[in-house]
Every structure is written in structure tokens, then in C-alpha cells.
Ligand binder design. Structure first.
Ligand code: TYD
Length: 338
């Protein structure tokens, strides 16, 4: 199939493209705006493959999207393009509404007119909002609470409306917290790993007892691929790793693997509106034939090892724009924590 992957220079997008090309059955066009977290070196291993093409551009640009769809005779779209970091959405909510909601709307409209046969929206379990107990199922209401999750929920509803209204064959996947190689070091796991390597403090929000369900990026991409080719049009599929952990336990595991002291941990002022817990029921995707194969311990260790061995990937990031962001987000918090 000729597939357009948007946001393919990002974390999940780049893993997905490598996976799709590995099967040698598909051609992939990557449309990416190369914003702060997009990085074409993520695709170094496949960038010269004949089945791969890269287009630099924004999903909000309708005429560009239309021309890509027609030039490459795109049959299916997997939309990975998004602003994704909750903390940044608190600093700048407008960019999230623009890329995540408006951008998805543009992609939908152009792909409907271009006769695209399948559209998969990569979404997140955060759209369900905080769940104190039990597991979120695909039938649950969306109750997003951050500008990020609200933007993703808006996009999900727009995507699903295209099935109801136009019978445009869409599928939505809602992945849980994803980790692995090539993840921009603003997110919890890569931030803590790279800080710990450098003997920098690890800023744990609030009491550190918030819970997330961790999913290896390889398992996430396998779930997206399965839902894309075999999901029911108009359906939502949760992709949950089934590895629920408290943040503090993950932080301690990182320190222990790197042989660093627990004194690097700092409890800092909490994120506003911080969701206590996410946890999804992944039974629907399991019934389609998916199951996670990477255990959290094994996946976390492999991820830590990757960051250890790829300092040339993350050091330039952490010394660039990221420094300003880090100071704004953590400077005062860490000072207060002493
Ligand atoms: P994050 O990776 O930002 O994902 P999300 O908020 O989308 O789940 O954060 C994962 C968890 O780690 C979340 O409970 C917030 C917490 N966290 C910290 O305690 N300190 C940090 O510096 C970051 C980035 C996250």
C-alpha cells in the first residue's frame, strides 16, 4: 500500500515508518514539519530506500496535503503529526489546538476528497482523563483535562464524525504512555535517563505517586499497524502496555540501572491539573490479534542502554532550544525544592 505517515520524523512516527518499510510491502511518504521534536536522523537507516520519500511541510497546509496525496497516489494515511507534551500545552495551548485539531481536520478533508481508502488517527489514552480505578474502555466518555488531551480528544471526535457523516473509513488508536529509543528528552523517561547520566536532579512532580501504563514503542507500532490494516472502520482501539507503575518506581529503576544515587530525586511543585492515573483495557485490540511482547523491565533497560550509547543523538537537543524550555519549566521548581 502507498501510505502517508505524517509526523514521521518524530518518535512514534519514525519507529512506525521503519516497521512499515521492513515488511517491504509498502511505500511510505513522510510529511513532517520538522518542529522542535522532529529529527530526520531518526530515519537515517531507511532514508535512501526506494520505497521511502520525505516531504517537508505542515499538515495544516491544505494545498500541500492535497498535492502530496495526488503526487504519491496515497491510499492510506496514518496521522502521527501532533504536539504531544502536556507541560508545553500548559505554556502554549494554541499550538496544540492548531496542529492537533485543525491539522487533523485539514488531513481528513483533503484525504476524503482525494479518495484515500484508510485513515488512522494516532491518539492517546489521556483523552479519557484521569481514572482513579478500573480500566478505560473504548466506549467510555472522553473527559480530557489538559490542553493537550483536550486537543487530541477534539481530533478524535472529528475523525469519528467522518465515519458517521461520510462513511470515510477511519480508525482511532489510543495508546498509553510510550517509551523507547529516539524519544525527545522532555518526556518523563528520556528526561530522567539523560539527567541521571549527567548526575542532574530528577524532578518528580507532586508526591511522585502518579500512575501511568507504560507501552514499548515497538508494541505501540505493532498495534497501530494491525488496527490500520484490520481495524473496523469507525472503531476506536486502545493500545495499553499493561505495565502500570508509579512514577517514583520508574525513577528508582532508572537510577538503579545506571548505578546512580537516590539523592538525585527531587520532589517538585506539581503540574497543574495533573491526571492521577491512566489505565486502559486493551482487550479489543487483543481480540484482533495484538498483544504486547516487550516486558517493561526489558524495554526500560534497552531504552536506558540506547540513551547511554547515543549521546550524540540527545546532547545537541539538550544543549539547544531545550535549555530555555528546561529553565522555564524546572528552574524555579528545582530551586524551591532545594
Ligand atoms: P509525561 O512523560 O509528560 O507523560 P504524560 O504526562 O503525558 O503522561 O509524564 C509521565 C508522568 O511523569 C506524569 O505523571 C508526569 C510525570 N513527570 C514528572 O514527575 N516529572 C517530569 O519532569 C515529567 C516530564 C513528568
Amino acid at each position: 500500500m502507498r501510505i502517508l505517515v505524517t509526523g514521521g520524523a518524530g518518535f512514534i512516527g519514525s519507529h512506525l515508518i521503519r516497521r512499515l518499510l521492513a515488511s517491504a510491502q509498502h511505500q511510505v511518504v513522510n510529511l513532517d514539519a520538522l518542529c522542535y521534536s522532529g529529527n530526520l536522523t531518526n530515519l537515517d537507516t531507511i532514508s535512501r530506500e526506494p520505497g521511502y520519500a520525505f516531504v517537508h511541510g505542515d499538515i495544516c497546509d491544505g494545498s500541500l496535503v492535497s498535492s502530496v496525496l495526488r503526487t504519491y497516489r496515497v491510499e492510506g494515511i496514518i496521522n502521527c503529526a501532533a504536539e504531544t507534551h502536556v507541560d508545553r500545552s500548559i505554556l502554549d495551548p494554541g499550538s496544540f489546538a492548531r496542529t492537533d485539531v485543525v491539522g487533523t481536520g485539514v488531513l481528513l478533508e483533503e484525504s476524503r476528497h482525494a479518495g484515500v481508502k484508510r485513515f488512522l488517527q494516532v491518539s492517546t489514552d489521556e483523552v479519557y482523563g484521569t481514572v482513579e480505578s478500573g480500566l478505560s474502555t473504548e466506549e467510555d466518555r472522553v473527559e480530557p483535562r489538559s490542553p493537550y488531551s483536550a486537543s487530541k480528544a477534539g481530533a478524535d471526535l472529528l475523525v469519528l464524525s467522518y465515519w458517521t457523516t461520510y462513511q470515510f473509513p477511519v480508525v482511532v488508536t489510543r495508546g498509553s504512555n510510550t517509551y523507547g529509543s529516539h524519544q525527545y528528552p522532555e518526556k518523563f523517561i528520556p528526561l530522567f535517563v539523560t539527567n541521571a547520566i549527567d548526575d542532574q536532579l530528577l524532578p518528580l512532580y507532586g508526591d511522585g505517586r502518579y500512575r501511568r501504563d507504560w507501552l514499548a514503542v515497538e508494541d505501540h507500532c505493532a498495534g497501530i499497524e494491525l488496527a490500520f490494516f484490520h481495524g473496523k472502520p469507525g472503531a476506536v482501539y486502545n493500545i495499553g502496555g499493561g505495565n502500570e507503575r508509579e512514577n517514583i518506581a520508574v525513577a528508582e529503576e532508572i537510577l538503579s540501572y545506571l548505578g546512580k544515587p537516590k539523592s538525585l530525586l527531587r520532589f517538585v511543585v506539581d503540574r497543574p491539573g495533573h491526571d492521577r492515573r491512566y489505565a486502559v483495557d486493551n482487550g479489543k485490540l487483543r481480540r484482533l490479534g495484538w498483544r504486547p511482547v516487550v516486558s517493561f523491565e526489558e524495554g526500560l533497560r534497552a531504552t536506558i542502554q540506547w540513551y547511554r550509547e547515543h549521546e550524540s543523538w540527545w546532547r545537541p537537543i539538550k544543549s539547544g532550544e531545550f535549555r530555555k524550555y528546561y529553565e522555564q519549566m524546572y528552574g524555579k521548581r528545582l530551586q524551591q525544592a532545594g
